[in-house]
Design a binder for this molecule. Sequence first.
Ligand SMILES: [Zn+2]
Ligand SMILES: [Zn+2]
Length: 249
Amino acid sequence: MNASPVRVTFLGSGDAFSAGGRHQAAYLVRGGGACFLLDCGAGTLTSMKRHHLDAAAIDLILISHLHGDHFAGLPFLFIEYIYEQPRQRPLRIAGPPGTEERVWSLFRAAYKDLASKPLPFALELTAMLPDVPVTFEALNVEPFRVPHQETEISLGLRVGVAERSILYSGDTGWTEELVTRSQGTDLFICECSFFETRKPFHLDYPRLAEEHARFGAKRLILTHLGREVLARRNEVEIETAADGLTVEL
Ligand SMILES: [Zn+2]
Ligand SMILES: [Zn+2]
């Protein structure tokens, strides 16, 4: 089969409220010469250091949507690259439309003086549009729109790297896209915010348990775990993530 493995580390398996003390959304993917993040929640750098992972190795950050628990960790990576591990090679960030403006306004809000000076590395910001595939060297990304925000665009991402494919739901309510896009994937990283609560803009465990058999992924791991899910974990029969979990594809 495929010689070089692809490793996915769950840096943050919690929701926006850091239920259970878990970090917010961030997943590190390494393999095929690529090192990238899927989302960058507020505690991303903390979690990388706790798990002895090298933040300097990141070349690309894919953002599913512009909620703080998915992108508020960026200013801390920027200051890491300014002071602690001075960086010269470019950093690429790709996210939904509006990413460039929101990333800069977040950095300005967090570190006004630094944000007013040129960065020592090139920051390349790219907008991803639903159903417009993008290629970043060894990576193929298929973004698609998911139901999570009313006006702004939230994306699910299907990523191909080193002959493996990963589906990441981002934050989403139920959509048949999850069934379609998961076919033939090696890993499906799926949000599971609720248990007893059912909302059109997040997923709940009973719904996922009901639809589980229709997904076409070799492995399904639930993440973005909220308080209700953690309280009833003994009833959950699908694999769940933990901060620091690394899986090999
Ligand atoms: Zn979220
Ligand atoms: Zn969200």
